[in-house]
Design a protein around this ligand. Structure first.
Ligand code: SF4
Length: 473
């Protein structure tokens, strides 16, 4: 479970030594990567579709104020209520008060990263309400008392064996490694909760301004039940998750499903525009839309505004070699992986070590390559690193190391002497082309992998000079 009481390094270290985590992550990320590649590869013009998706999102952000007002007016004209929440506290207070006013006792929730961001469950439980997560992954981690470790697959860090153990402990069912059996167990448990819930809370994948509608995509049907069976539906939407027109959905839904799970479309796409109307049998009596700012309007218009294009598909997490090795909890914030390393310092700047997250990247660019809206994540990570240094957050050892590096790179004599010393040292500690252990602080590298031993007795520069000399002879 993510914890801010232990340091980032300790969390990373724990993750790197967790064999179950390794198994669970490699099983899941390999599957996601393969499915995405097949689904994207099947498109006749993937590049054009992604360009269009980016243009739609960028166009919506450029008119965000106007579109939000339009969305809110249209929701209200269809009988819904809109809450403008400037931060998590306002959103929590609104929902808790609504539950109190309406005599709500039991709440079912479908997956919502925005609700995770504002720690909604905790606040509602403190107010004496029963809150049950109904997405299978969320249900699993709720039983485990943990937080999501992936944007679209919250329990990606759990093996099926661990899930079986959890169900055995909490639900009293026999141990099994048969996934359909476990799914049936969860389904049986949850069905009762849907039927007795007074309020359903959901996230929002897209708000559609011209229709006054919210769009929720899912594969399990739990969001549809959460939003239609209880008498009150509360949808929580980050203010940036908006598109201008219903036509835009044709593009956005395609890139979301293909990038997230490798599907052409998600199994269920619900477009909800207000409470049930007169004569309609299904749907809630009340519909509330919470428009959550929580730091987003500060990002808008600044050098990190591009991060708001994100449609939370999770593809960058799956593609990232760092995420693949450490999973989501090591990041410490609600959002993990490459986009989490950008969003957390921006949305949760007070989180201890938020400054460290942009360092947790090899800047290989795999995240940008798979992003359906082409967000330049590596550029933003570099800028965040520079911001951290300017804000005096770099530790003294790192600063001294960088000063030493700059001095070495600017002085050929020191550079050559350093290279000779390193080659000599590597001959003493390396075996068969590999160095298994380096002294601190370089041990941080060899802790998880070998270091290649420099080959030959000359540096590249020396080899090049020799070559040039012999060519001139
Ligand atoms: S940054 Fe791009 S790839 Fe990552 S979750 Fe957001 S939209 Fe998906």
């Amino acid at each position: 479970m993510a914890s801010t009481t232990i340091s980032f390094y300790e969390r990373v270290d724990g993750a790197l030594h967790d064999d179950s985590l390794k198994t669970a992550l490699s099983r899941a990320t390999e599957r996601f990567i393969g499915n995405r590649a097949t689904a994207i590869g099947a498109l006749s013009d993937e590049a054009a579709l992604r360009d269009t998706a980016r243009a739609i999102r960028a166009g919506a952000l450029a008119r965000l104020d106007e579109l939000l007002v339009q969305l809110a007016a249209n929701v209200e004209s269809r009988g819904g209520t809109v809450c403008w929440a400037s931060d998590g506290e306002e959103a929590r207070r609104y929902i808790a008060q609504l539950a109190k006013d309406r005599g709500v006792r039991s709440i079912v929730k479908s997956k919502s990263m925005a609700s995770e961001e504002i720690h909604l469950n905790h606040a509602l439980e403190e107010a004496g309400l029963e809150v049950v997560e109904t997405d299978l992954g969320e249900y699993i981690i709720q039983l485990a008392g943990e937080t999501p470790s992936h944007i679209i697959a919250p329990s990606i860090h759990k093996t099926r064996e661990q899930v079986s153990e959890l169900f055995h402990q909490h639900l009293g069912v026999p141990l099994t490694d048969d996934i359909p059996t476990m799914t049936q167990t969860a389904r049986r448990e949850l069905r009762q909760r849907f039927l007795r819930a007074d309020m359903g809370i959901s996230g929002v994948n897209f708000g559609v301004a011209d229709e006054g509608a919210v769009v929720i995509v899912e594969n399990e049907g739990n969001a549809r039940l959460s939003t239609t069976v209880p008498r009150i539906h509360v949808a929580i939407m980050g203010i940036e998750r908006i598109v201008a027109r219903m036509e835009d959905l044709g593009v956005m839904l395609q890139v979301l499903a293909r990038s997230a799970t490798g599907q052409k479309l998600s199994v269920y796409t619900s477009i909800i525009s207000g409470p049930a109307r007169k004569g309609e049998e299904d749907g809630p009596e009340e519909f509330h839309l919470v428009l959550l700012d929580n730091g987003r309007s500060k990002i808008l218009g600044g050098q990190y505004a591009e991060a708001l294009l994100c449609i939370r598909c999770g593809a960058c997490l799956n593609a990232c070699p760092v995420y693949q090795a450490i999973g989501g909890h090591a990041y410490g914030g609600v959002y993990s992986g490459p986009i989490g390393a950008v969003l957390t310092p921006l949305l949760q700047p007070d989180l201890p070590e938020a400054y460290m997250l942009p360092q947790a990247s090899s800047l290989c660019g795999a995240c940008q390559e798979v992003c359906p809206v082409r967000i330049a994540i590596p550029d933003m990570l570099l800028r965040l690193r520079a911001d951290g240094v300017r804000a005096g957050k770099a530790n003294p050892v790192e600063k001294a190391a960088m000063a030493g590096y700059a001095m070495t790179m600017n002085n050929p004599a020191i550079y050559r002497a350093g290279g000779r010393a390193a080659r000599l040292g590597s001959r003493l500690i390396g075996r068969r082309g590999r160095i298994r252990r380096l002294p601190p602080p370089l041990s941080a590298w060899t802790h998880g992998r070998d270091f290649p031993q420099p080959q030959g007795s000359a540096s590249f520069g020396e080899w090049w000079e020799d070559r040039e000399r012999s060519r001139q002879k």
